[in-house]
Design a binder for this molecule. Structure first.
Ligand SMILES: Cc1ncc(COP(=O)(O)O)c(C=O)c1O
Length: 402
């Protein structure tokens, strides 16, 4: 049996279970309005939460970056690829997260892979260069069952022990921490869970981290720019700051461009830069993107009304959806998933919505367990009341027919 045979067997199984992705090619990207096949449509599933991705100031900043630096830097920052614009971006991201530094990676995905695979191995790498630790430690990860796949893969790559706790269940987490013995714990949680729309109980996580001497790693991909009065994320939302927290974020959602980062104290940042291959053995986001991101951070400060509009739209949508009788897995963030269950039925909903000029992602296995397919509605600062009324009206009709 060859690997090729195994893959085609999997392909047959996926097809026979109607597990496939129907994506259409769009003519423009959603802000949240977009064009597809010459028609106009509205996205209720874009991560472009603040409608910044095509904001004229970001476009102008990117153009200025292109003219100054060209389209790519073609080298790792540890070699000849470093530029002042990256340093400035890291300084600003560190400040947004109330940390003394931040380390930039090419995407959010690579940030999780790069940081989580390295944290437990940094000492080992330093030993190759003659470092002798005062104490040899073993580490263990404690991870929420619904954490993003890049977290799961980063932990797997680290080779450390992994203990998975039930979603946001602090009693379960504490029982695992107690049972873990001598290993140094690292707790990892999404700040906002991408498929559920729930917010992690950060104050309780922080209390447990402090009680058990753990490091706490928070993936704020869907919280940065969205939660907190200044868009600082989960910590700002709860007013919960601690030295134990490392703050990961992505630059490809509310901030509208591409890249990922982890905000932390300078000493740890220095170690990560030298030991994480996802930082040192690959390129950062292109310099025009870094330039555009500085403009996005300016707008985050200067136009708080964008975040206010996003949350007004979230509340308006939830109030109108509630009476329709669907199961909403969470109503506390701009991600409002509508549980459908059966993957094929969920696809039928998505197709029917598309026919009405609305794009909503049908989320199914492997992103969620089989039988828990859902329509993932994501609210946006750019949605109008008429657009929200339209999509709720369509959902009211579809509920009775599909
Ligand atoms: C929770 C979470 N973490 C990390 C990522 C990866 O971010 P990026 O798209 O910047 O690679 C995502 C993206 O979907 C995410 O939802």
């Amino acid at each position: 049996m060859t690997a090729m045979h195994d893959i085609s067997e999997i392909a047959d199984w996926l097809h026979s279970h109607a597990i496939h992705h129907e994506s259409s090619v769009h003519d423009t990207l959603p802000d949240p309005v977009f064009r597809v096949g010459g028609e106009q449509a509205v996205s209720f599933s874009t991560n472009n939460y603040l409608a910044l991705a095509n904001h004229p100031r970001l476009v102008e900043a990117a153009k200025a970056g292109l003219e100054r630096y060209g389209v790519g830097n073609c080298e790792s920052r540890l070699l000849g690829g470093d530029l002042p614009v990256y340093r400035e971006l890291e300084r600003r991201l560190g400040a947004l997260k109330h940390k003394s530094d931040a380390v930039l990676f090419v995407t959010g995905y690579m940030t999780n892979i790069g940081v989580l695979s390295t944290l437990v191995k940094a000492g080992l790498l330093a030993r190759l260069h003659g470092f002798r630790p005062s104490k040899r430690r073993k580490y263990a990860y404690f991870t929420d069952e619904y954490n993003h796949i890049s977290i799961r893969e980063g932990i797997l790559m680290s080779g450390a022990d992994k203990h998975t706790y039930r979603h946001a269940d602090m009693t379960h987490l504490e029982s695992l921490l107690k049972a873990a013995g001598g290993a140094s714990p690292i707790i990892v949680s999404d700040g906002v869970f991408s498929m559920e729309g729930t917010i992690a109980p950060l104050p309780e996580l922080t209390a447990l981290a402090e009680k058990y001497g753990a490091m706490l790693y928070i993936d704020d991909a869907h919280a940065t720019g969205v939660l907190g009065a200044h868009g600082g994320g989960t910590s700002e939302h709860f007013g919960c700051y601690s030295e134990t927290i490392m703050q990961m974020g992505t630059l490809s959602k509310a901030l509208g461009a591409i890249g990922g980062f982890v905000a932390l104290e300078r000493e740890m940042a220095d170690v990560l830069r030298l030991t994480s291959s996802a930082y040192g053995f690959t390129c950062p986001p292109p310099p025009d993107q870094a330039n555009a991101l500085l403009a996005a951070l300016d707008l985050l400060e200067q136009e708080p009304e964008r975040r206010a509009r996003l949350w007004d739209n979230q509340r308006y949508f939830v109030e109108r959806m509630r009476p329709l009788g669907y199961t909403l897995t969470s109503t506390s963030t701009p991600i409002v998933p509508v549980l459908i269950g059966d993957a094929e039925r969920c696809q039928r909903f998505a197709r029917a919505l598309r026919a009405e000029g609305v794009h909503v992602d049908a989320i199914q296995f492997p992103a969620v367990p089989p039988g828990q397919a859902r329509l993932r509605f994501m609210l946006n600062a750019g949605h109008t009341r008429a657009q929200i009324d339209h999509v709720v009206g369509v959902m009211a009709r579809l509920g009775a027919t599909l």
